[in-house]
Ligand binder design. Structure first.
Ligand code: F6P
Length: 338
């Protein structure tokens, strides 16, 4: 078969591991041919591609980023954009397209499916917010980076009697914040799933310091601000700095903010993400050869399965009450006179 591949949306450690798995199994076991479209949907719309061979994918397993590069181009937002994609795919005689992306990228995959093209989606996002799958690759790497940062922030906060607010990514969900916050032993974790009162947060910190602890670490998930991208998302960031200023005002304790930003998305994937990405890649090429189209590969428990793309796009997967209870169970309750 002649198979197209693209990576869309924000990059994420493990994308290259997926590409490698798809191409190796396709070439070794099915004698497939591969066309890599460059820079996400932009490459399909504007017909920019490269041939993917065993040579071009050699050595990419541990590499961060994506050899196909990526963009947040949304063909559905351009006049005739979806048709342009279909025309390119027809011109290249592509039998099916494997799309690595999060909810935005997969919403376009679904549009091509609805137009009758044979597609398979593979879930990617450090935010871990795609429904229908238990974990997205890239998330574990981001959590490990954030946890290490929280560990480092701990020692400097302790040395200076400071409060340090660590801002992590997540868009509308607090997965990275809650995992890294619990794993890193943060004193307060603030996520979009659980609205908070800043006076209560300040009191939690005051109480902790009154108990003789003279420093605190707060982890917060980003909040939206600024200019929109083609999928209608505003740029994120900056909330950590605002919260740090407010906490300093309310507690009187010296406070600093650290924004981890794109550091969480860069570099080599963890072994867990290499494994998950490889299993997703094999699941993707297997789905193509089973003619299981219009689906997204997903992890359910320990099994790799396929689910309808529509199910994966139905909602944003947010942090559940079970994990919120873990975080709250570790936090000292505030004195109710506040
Ligand atoms: O969706 C992944 C993500 O890393 C979000 O967590 C973050 O808010 C956003 O992408 C950042 O986007 P950009 O790379 O365009 O700055």
């Amino acid at each position: 078969m002649k198979i197209g591949i693209l990576t869309g949306g924000g990059d994420c450690p493990g994308l290259n591991a997926v590409i490698r798995a798809v191409v190796r199994k396709g070439i070794f076991h099915h004698k497939d041919e591969f066309v890599g479209f460059l820079e996400g949907w932009r490459g399909v719309m504007e017909d920019h591609s490269t041939k993917l061979t065993l040579d071009s994918i050699a050595g990419i397993l541990p590499r961060g980023g994506t050899i196909l590069r990526t963009s947040r181009t949304n063909p559905a937002k351009k006049e005739g954009g979806i048709q342009q994609c279909l025309d390119t795919l027809t011109r290249h005689k592509i039998d099916s397209l494997v799309v690595l992306g999060g909810d935005d990228t997969q919403s376009v995959t679904y549009k091509l499916d609805q137009a009758g093209f044979k597609v398979v989606g593979i879930p990617k996002t450090i935010d871990n917010d795609l429904s229908g799958t238990d974990f997205c690759f890239g998330f574990d790497t981001a959590v490990n980076i954030a946890t290490e940062a929280i560990d480092r922030v701990h020692t400097t906060a302790e040395a200076h009697n400071r409060v340090i607010v660590v801002e992590v990514m997540g868009r509308d969900s607090g997965w990275i914040a809650i995992y890294s916050g619990i794993a890193g032993g943060a004193d307060v974790i603030l996520i979009p799933e659980r609205p908070f009162d800043l006076n209560e947060v300040a009191e939690t910190i005051r109480q902790r310091h009154a108990r003789g602890r003279y420093f605190s670490v707060v982890v917060i998930a980003v909040a939206e601000k600024g200019k929109k991208d083609e999928f209608g998302h505003v740029r994120l960031g900056g909330v950590g700095t605002i919260i740090a200023q407010e906490l300093e005002k309310r507690t009187g304790f010296e406070t600093r903010a650290v924004v981890l930003g794109h550091i969480q998305r860069g570099g080599s994937p963890t072994a867990f993400d290499r494994m998950l990405a490889t299993r997703y890649g094999i699941g993707g090429i297997d789905a193509v050869h089973r003619h299981d189209f219009g689906k997204m590969v997903a992890l359910r428990g320990t099994d790799i399965v396929t689910i309808p793309l529509k199910e994966a796009l139905s909602r944003t997967r947010t942090v559940g009450q079970d994990l919120i209870d873990v975080a709250m169970g570790l936090r000292e309750p505030v004195n109710k006179s506040v």
